[in-house]
Ligand binder design. Structure first.
Ligand code: XMP
Length: 333
């Protein structure tokens, strides 16, 4: 639409004016905010932007490839993909306490990103270094960091974020989404040509599957979880609610699969199985501070359960989480 096109023109002009002929680094996570920021800045300054995508090995099925296909393949943006999965899995080995896991993942993420950003800042022979760090900060983030969060007495979960990085790196900050609400960021993303499926995705936590595998994180668990979760999400997108015509993916605020590192007995064909359990989690919420578990249709749960058990060898039991927040949280860790 025309209003959005004007808005893009204005934002593009502002970025060009601010950046001039300098170089910009952006941390791309595959989430909505960093993706829209990348698409917008790329529209404005093209190859003066370099995206750094740190793959911690705790992403969903094919997620890393999808990010690369979109930004490098379709938008022709410069993207450096850092495959740090072995580093993350190595440091997580033997660690099962949720807060400790969160701190390891968050800390390593910052280290890996900083190392990459420092190289880009230094530049190479014949190529000057970057002077800006772009972030997908949106208006609600600006408000949140202003007060409410710091007043909270108890930390339930230490959130993974990258506050303070520009100062530490000695880079100037570029935040083109700072005045926008989430809905506006999504509309902007669609207007910039990002697929609606990407822009309207459920939120995904920074520590990724690291907080959806209970206890110790192992590659074997992550691989099983990725496949089970992909089936759940696929069926949520397939099943439509008759009354509204919407898919169950769109009718839920967040839905995912949790890996439980316990084994239970099952039977398959003539044989006994002794395999892992997963829990499906789907919630409806307006602010993620409180949430109700979603009353998914039985037909959908039945399909997901039978597909996971038949298609993912190693999982023989599927459960559905019927806990609301509070007292449960949305993620299990
Ligand atoms: P909980 O589990 O606290 O989650 O009810 C509330 C919302 O926050 C998301 N979440 C995170 N998001 N970094 C993030 O960016 C994190 O470390 C993190 N931990 C939880 C969670 O997915 C839900 O949407």
């Amino acid at each position: 639409d025309w209003i959005m096109r004007d808005h893009i023109e204005e934002a593009v002009a502002k970025i060009r004016e601010q950046v001039g002929d300098e170089e910009v680094i952006l941390g791309l996570s595959g989430g909505v905010d960093s993706s829209v920021a990348a698409a917008l800045i790329h529209r404005a300054i093209g190859d003066q932007l370099t995206c750094v995508f740190v793959d911690h090995g705790l992403l969903r099925l094919n997620e890393g490839d999808m990010v690369m296909d979109m930004f490098e393949g379709k938008l022709h943006a410069k993207v450096i993909r850092v495959d740090a999965s072995e580093l993350f899995l190595g440091k997580l080995a033997g660690v099962s306490e949720p807060e400790q896991k969160r701190k390891i993942i968050g800390g390593l993420f910052v280290d890996v990103f900083k190392a990459e950003a420092a190289k880009l800042k230094a530049g190479t022979a014949g190529h000057k270094g970057a002077t800006f760090l772009a972030q997908g900060t949106i208006y609600p983030d600006v408000i949140e960091s202003g007060g409410a969060k710091s007043k909270k007495a108890v930390t339930i979960k230490s959130h993974h974020n990258v506050g303070g990085l520009p100062e530490q790196l000695g880079l100037k900050l570029l935040e083109p989404l700072r005045d926008l609400f989430k809905d506006e960021v999504r509309e902007l993303g669609v207007a910039l040509g990002l697929p609606a499926e990407m822009v309207y995705r459920h939120p995904f936590p920074g520590p990724g599957l690291g907080v959806r595998i209970l206890g110790e994180v192992k590659k074997e668990y992550a691989d099983l979880l990725r496949r089970a979760d992909a089936i759940f999400i696929e069926e949520l997108r397939n099943f439509k609610d008759e009354a509204t015509g919407k898919t169950w993916y769109d009718l839920t605020s967040q839905a995912f699969t949790v890996f439980l590192p316990v084994k239970s007995v099952g039977v398959m064909g003539d044989g006994r199985t002794y395999d892992y359990v997963v829990a499906l989690r789907a919630v409806q919420t307006s602010d993620f501070m409180t949430a109700d578990w979603a009353e998914l249709p039985y037909a959908l749960l039945k399909k997901v359960s039978s597909r996971i058990i038949n298609e993912v060898r190693g999982i023989n039991r599927v459960t559905y989480d019927v806990s609301s927040k509070p007292p449960a949280t949305i993620e299990w860790e």
